[in-house]
Every structure is written in C-alpha cells, then in structure tokens.
Design a protein around this ligand. Structure first.
Ligand code: ATP
Ligand code: MG
Length: 475
C-alpha cells in the first residue's frame, strides 16, 4: 500500500489544478469539470484516510448529462491523461447481456486491468532502462563480432594486460584480439557510427492473431483462462530472423531486455492494487442502453439493453471480477457515465442503476460566445489546426477576429434552425469556409500570408446560408 500511496500522492493534482488542466481544452462546462475534479481528488483522499475507515469510503459515481457535441467525450478523453491511474473509456452500446453474442460488461474491468498492468510494467521498464540499454549494447556487440570460442587458451603469460605498449597483434591471442575489436566497436556504437549497419535478429511475431480476435468477440475470453497467451505460447518460437539496421533493432532489443529485467509478479500485484484503489471507468453513451419511452420493456433490443444495465449493477456497486491476473474487487473503482439522453431520459435507466450514480451533472448547450472561445482558446483549437496544416505548404493562415465571430454566429444560427449538434457544427462550417482555399493550395496559391476576414467568411457561406435546404445538407 505504501508504494501505491506514494505513487498517487506524488502525482495528485488538486481539484483546482485538475479544472485548470481541463480548461486548456474544454470551454465552459464548469460544473462537470468541478465534479470530476472532486471525484478524482477523492481517490487520493481515501488512500490517505485512516485505515479503519478507508474500506468504507466508496466513490460517488457521476453521470454527466447533456446534449450532443458539448464536450462530454472530450472531458473523458482529457481526464484520461490527467488521471495517472488506470483509466478506460468504454461505450455502453458495445456491450451485450451475458449469454448474448458480444462483449459482456465484465470485460470492461478486464480491459481496465490490462491497462493497469501495462501501465505499471512500462513504469518499471523505465526504471530498468539504463541496465537494459547496457545489455542491449552487449547484445549488439555480440551480433557485430561474434564472441570467440572458449577453446582458444584464455590468456598467455605476458598478455594479461591490454595496454597498448605491450600489445602485439602478431602474438596476441584470439581473445585478446576479440576484446580489442569489441572495445573499438563499442566506441563506434556509442558515437552512433554504426547506426545503419545491418544485423540479424530474431523478431517475435507481434500484433493480434486474427483468430484470437474471433475468440474475443464470441466471449471465449470469459473462460477464465487466457487463450491469447495459450495461443501465443503455441506460436512462440516461430519468430523470424530478420535483417535490420542497428537503429531499428535497438528498440526491439531494448524492450526484450527490459522485459527480462522486471519482475512480472510484482508488476501484476502493484497493478491490481492500483486498479482496485484508483481505477476509473468512463462509460460513454450510457443513454444508448436506456430503454427509451417507446420501449415497454418487452421485445428485442430493449430486453438486451436492460440486461446490460442489470449486468452493470453488481460491477458498479462492487463485486469481484475474475481477470487473467486474478480477482479484481470493483468496490472502489470510480465510474463516470455520460450520455446525451435525447430520446431516452435518465429516468429510463433502471432505477437501481440510477441510484448507483448519485452525482448528476448537467452539461450546458453551447452559446455563440462559447463557440468563439472554442475556435480560439483550446490548445488544439480548430483554427490552430488549420493554421498548422497550411504552414506545411508555406502558407501563413490567419483569422481576423471578426471572421471568427462570424463563424461562431453562423454556427449558433444553424444549430438553432437546423439541428443542434453543438461544437461539431464548427467543424462543418469551418471546413466549408476553407474548402476553396484548401483546394487551391499549392496549385494556384503557392505560399505567403492569407488572412481570413469576415467578408471572406460571408462570401464562402453565402450560398449555403441563403438556401435553407442546402444548409441542411452541407452545414
Ligand atoms: N466545451 C467544449 N470545449 C471545447 N471543445 C468542445 C466542447 N464541446 C465540444 N467540443 C468539441 O466538439 C467535438 C465533439 O465533442 P464531444 O465528442 O465531447 O461531444 P459529446 O458531448 O460527447 O457528444 P455526443 O453526445 O454526441 O457523444 C469535439 O471535437 C470537441 O473538441
Ligand atoms: Mg460523446
């Protein structure tokens, strides 16, 4: 526990810091940001609470409700980077009730555990990196100059030392020669002189075997054993010898060597602790498994959806899920659900499930002012993306302030008159505005500075905004 505590303590952001970090990508939605920030910080608080009560403190799961395109998924995505804890984002609609074909709900915990394990392993690999690189160097040297066989006499009297003065190639033993060559190559290797030299190494087949994916899809992974590993070990050793440059071989050897240096059992134990104490599952599109007002609970998909909800209950409430690394207790895993709830309402979820998400946050519809900010402020703002893209063609794109205001205004108008798709509208509008320009570069416009102003925006959008029908299709 102490190790785990330390790990979380070092990295724990305060609620305000979390909100600030989210602010760099997401405009508005203060309430939602605050809720997730508190929930995240509470993980840390629990681990630092008195041991006698620690087990009793359960996370307050959150459900985020808001129209489409207002940043629900975006918050999840950004949170994943901040959490520094095993984090998985899943889509509720991907799961099916136990017994039906498809993934069962428990697999989200298995996936979370996989993430936890690889997270811990890569941290551990980082720790042994130096040692591993030393071993890689030796292996590369072995490949470059195969070591001499032991049959030659190790040393001859008088030649134990490798000082240059005493060295005479004519009388030196094979191993002396070999040693000297090796050291020369080591120097060259370190200087980066041999990066393009070819070596031959064994490469283990990587990537998923298509067969395993079929097994996965039909739920065979639930058999409690790890078929993937079984098949893996059957096919292992079928690695191929491949010629490659030293610079390409190095990362492969490095991961092999660091894999050897870490203690797998310790990694798994640490990962299980982290998953159980600080794991976060973000369930997106939860409204897709709500039955909706049309469903009376009987008939096809509704039954299955309710089944998914019912399967979720024990996991969210706290139960044991068996994974290939052992049992995982879900009591302290934090669940954040989100959904647009267009057709279905939160009250269409089965009551038990509603009760397990005590915190509800409403996400707001975005305003024209929000759109303006979304276009300009976030680190990855759309305008910044286009500027960066066209820079590659030596075009300096620039947007005047009134042009951005105009785009925001049109987006708000089209959302109001056609359909509210939130900030996604900005993508469609901006791409229409810039279509002609993007096509003309670099054939007609070679390079230089281009400023998009309000009149340019109006001209590009005129045809579309005038014609309601057309705007239905295009914007
Ligand atoms: N508040 C916001 N600030 C910045 N960008 C936003 C905001 N809301 C949405 N966006 C942008 O709009 C796009 C869609 O947002 P997102 O995927 O979060 O929608 P959503 O709320 O999950 O909608 P849905 O219910 O349809 O899944 C993203 O590319 C995101 O960058
Ligand atoms: Mg979404």
């Amino acid at each position: 526990m102490s190790n785990l505590k330390q790990n979380i303590a070092e990295e724990a952001l305060t609620p305000r810091q979390i909100v600030e970090a989210l602010d760099t990508y997401i405009i508005g939605q203060g309430e939602a940001k605050k809720s997730v920030a508190i929930a995240l910080r509470n993980r840390w608080r629990r681990l630092h609470a008195d041991e006698s009560i620690r087990e009793e403190i359960v996370p307050n799961n959150i459900i985020m409700i808001g129209p489409t395109g207002v940043g629900k998924t975006e918050i999840a995505r950004r949170l994943a980077r901040l959490a520094k804890a095993p984090f998985i984002k899943v889509e509720a609609s991907k799961y099916t009730e136990v017994g039906y074909v498809g993934r069962d709900v428990e697999s989200m915990i298995r996936d979370l555990t996989d993430i936890g394990v690889s997270m811990v392993k890569s941290e551990m690999q980082e720790h042994v990196r130096e040692k591993a690189s030393e071993q890689v160097e030796e292996r590369l040297l072995d490949l470059l100059i195969p070591p001499v066989r032991k049959s030659t006499p190790e040393k001859r009297p008088g030649f134990q030392q490798h000082d240059d003065a005493a060295f005479d190639p004519a009388t030196a033993s094979d191993s002396d020669l070999n040693h000297r060559t090796r050291e020369k190559f080591r120097e060259k290797l370190r200087n980066g002189e041999l990066e393009d030299r070819n070596v031959e190494i064994f490469v283990q087949p990587t990537g998923q075997n298509p067969m395993m994916q079929i097994f996965g899809a039909t739920g065979m992974e639930d058999m409690g054993m790890n078929i993937q590993d079984m098949l893996g070990s059957l096919t292992r050793g079928k690695g191929k010898k491949r010629q490659m440059k030293i610079k390409d071989a190095r990362p492969i050897l490095l991961s092999e060597e660091s894999e050897k240096l870490i203690d797998d059992d310790a990694a798994v134990q640490e990962a299980l602790k982290r998953v159980q104490n600080s794991g976060i599952v973000f369930i997106d599109e939860i409204d897709k498994v709500a039955t909706g007002s049309s469903g009376d609970g009987r008939g096809g998909p509704d039954v299955s959806r309710q089944g998914v909800q019912r399967d979720m209950l024990p996991i969210v409430e706290g139960s044991n899920v068996s994974t290939k690394y052992g049992m995982v207790k879900t009591d302290h895993i934090l669940f954040i659900a989100s959904g647009a709830f267009h057709t279905a309402k939160p009250s269409d979820l089965i009551p038990e499930l509603q009760g397990r998400f005590p915190i509800r946050v409403e996400m707001n519809s975005l305003t024209e002012e929000d759109f303006y900010n979304i276009l300009t402020r976030p680190k990855n703002a759309l305008t910044k993306q286009y500027i960066a893209m066209l820079k590659s063609e030596q075009v300096d794109l620039d947007f005047s302030d009134d042009a951005i205001r105009e785009i925001a205004k049109v987006a708000a108008e089209v959302n109001a008159s056609v359909e509210n798709i939130g900030a996604r509208r900005l993508h469609t509008i901006l791409s229409s505005v810039l279509e002609e320009l993007q096509f003309a570069i670099p054939d007609d416009i070679k390079s230089g500075a281009i400023t998009i102003d309000k009149s340019y925006v109006d001209r590009q959008l005129e045809k579309l905004t005038k014609n309601k029908d057309l705007s239905h299709y295009i914007l």
